[in-house]
Design a protein around this ligand. Structure first.
Ligand code: PRP
Ligand code: URA
Length: 212
């Protein structure tokens, strides 16, 4: 795959270890949910490096000093339903004040085209740092449609976090949204004829919520 300047693929033994368990078809729903959250939290340390901060004065037991804190109401998480919901707590653990907007999107099983069925976003999202969450980036159709909508309503600082991505999905996002920052925990080989990621982990929504 081509090198894209705004794409970061993690290469970390802790993530590799957790992804191996996530992929295993015998991993149950509870552990699957916990792993998605844990991987999101590990990724968040890097993703949140550029959050807006401000200077504040803090008094220690010894003296006053200037410190930084994250600007409140400056971050919006936007999970793509359903599977993106599984990533929200992974960031809320670190940043409980992040607002959450929801975009409901599913892939039509025949055409593989994304269909939007729900959208509710925080007021003023266009002024926030927006972090779109979806564990699976396959063709890239769902994420690209969600990001295009956010761009259309004026969001300028958009990041996408995915746990597993196929090269074709990364290329689509990077070429259609050159200003976006994309963080992927693991880059997989390819898509199968049904546009599932190989080796992948199956259907993330079904494994998170036990629907199949
Ligand atoms: C999955 C996944 C992504 C999308 C990725 O959602 O959570 O949103 O597929 O595929 P794409 O990159 O080819 O668009 P799905 O449509 O299965 O809906 P669900 O999360 O409700 O199960
Ligand atoms: N959506 C999933 O949940 N898994 C895939 O492999 C592709 C799309």
């Amino acid at each position: 795959m081509k090198d894209f300047k705004n794409v970061m693929i993690f290469d970390h033994p802790l993530i590799r270890h957790k992804v191996a368990i996530l992929r295993n078809k015998n991993t149950g729903m509870k552990e699957f949910r916990e792993l998605i959250e844990e991987i999101t939290t590990i990724m968040a340390y890097e993703v949140l490096k550029e959050v807006p901060t401000k200077e504040i004065e803090v008094e220690t037991p010894l003296e006053k000093c200037m410190q930084t804190e994250i600007v409140e109401k400056s971050i919006a998480l936007v999970p793509i339903l359903r599977a993106g919901l599984g990533m929200v707590n992974g960031i809320h653990t670190l940043l409980p004040t992040a607002k959450v907007g929801h975009i409901g999107m599913y892939r039509d099983e025949v055409t593989m085209q994304p269909k939007e069925y729900y959208c509710k976003l925080p007021d003023g999202i266009e002024h926030m740092k927006v972090i779109v969450l979806d564990p699976m980036l396959a063709t890239g159709g769902s994420a690209s449609a969600a990001i295009s909508y956010l761009e259309k309503i004026g969001c300028k600082d958009i990041t996408l976090m995915s746990v597993i991505a196929a090269p074709v999905g990364v290329e689509k996002i990077a070429s259609e949204h050159p200003n976006l920052k994309l963080f992927v925990s693991t880059l997989d080989r390819e898509l199968n004829e049904h546009c599932y990621i190989l080796p992948g982990l199956g259907d993330a929504g079904d494994r998170l919520y036990g629907t199949k």
